[in-house]
Design a protein around this ligand. Structure first.
Ligand SMILES: CC(=O)SCCNC(=O)CCNC(=O)[C@H](O)C(C)(C)COP(=O)(O)OP(=O)(O)OC[C@H]1O[C@@H](n2cnc3c(N)ncnc32)[C@H](O)[C@@H]1OP(=O)(O)O
Length: 194
């Protein structure tokens, strides 16, 4: 059982160095946490960490299935995508909360960093794929997952961070300082391809 503070920095199976999570400055957090919940202590037998290359076996994709269509993905495909993300060093920050009692991923959130020429070769962040398992909702875990990545993005020096969400989730994201923008968001779906 690996506790948050013991997550090894030299373990190559993580998508990114766990030290990035340990170094977050929580003084910059915009939301408050009840019941002494923290990144080092998300709850009994729960640990927050970067996605790992064997999380295919910890029901990571099943959890994403509570957010949207995932499709049929074999282990080989999962591993290949994981490796591709890892090679794009400094771009993908996917974090999970694992329930160590059942070896199941019960929460996840992703930060993607876009590397630009504009804004003095700046970077912008996007928060994606936030989901907490049905049975664990309302326990401050969604807040922990999003707050952690907002603070990682800030530390990385992004000039802005954005996300898309359903209207009923707007009050949730406002907790972290997100505001509804005046700009129109445009989309074209190609889902019939899948
Ligand atoms: C960018 C994207 O990925 S958008 C997709 C977001 N994901 C989903 O819609 C998937 C289904 N929903 C979920 O997985 C969860 O309900 C989440 C991720 C939205 C929230 O996670 P939870 O762990 O349940 O929330 P958590 O307990 O941390 O915090 C909830 C807090 O936000 C507030 N809140 C406001 N709006 C909402 C909302 N729509 N849903 C949940 N909480 C909300 C609650 O009142 C609570 O405040 P409090 O702590 O002061 O009491």
């Amino acid at each position: 059982m690996t506790k948050f503070n013991d997550l090894p920095s030299d373990d190559n199976s993580y998508l990114f160095d766990p030290k990035i999570l340990k170094d977050i400055n929580w003084e910059n957090a915009t939301c408050t946490f009840k019941n002494n919940i923290s990144i080092a202590n998300p709850g009994d037998s729960l640990v927050m960490r970067p996605l790992r290359d064997d999380d295919f076996h910890q029901d990571y994709l099943e959890l994403l299935g509570q957010l949207t269509k995932v499709g049929k993905i074999e282990e080989e495909t999962f591993f290949k995508r994981f490796e591709e993300m890892k090679e794009c060093c400094g771009t993908y920050y996917i974090i999970v909360i694992e329930d160590l009692k059942n070896n199941r991923i019960i929460g996840t959130s992703s930060l993607i960093i876009e590397h630009k020429f504009i804004h003095t070769a700046g970077q912008r962040g996007r928060i994606e794929d936030v989901v907490v398992d049905n049975e664990f909702r309302g326990k401050q875990l969604g807040k922990l997952l999003v707050q952690a990545l907002v603070l990682v993005a800030k530390k990385l020096g992004v000039y802005k961070i954005s996300l898309e969400c359903k209207i009923h989730n707007i009050p949730f994201y406002e907790l972290f300082g997100f505001k509804k923008d005046e700009q129109s968001f445009m989309i074209q779906r190609f889902e019939e391809m899948y």
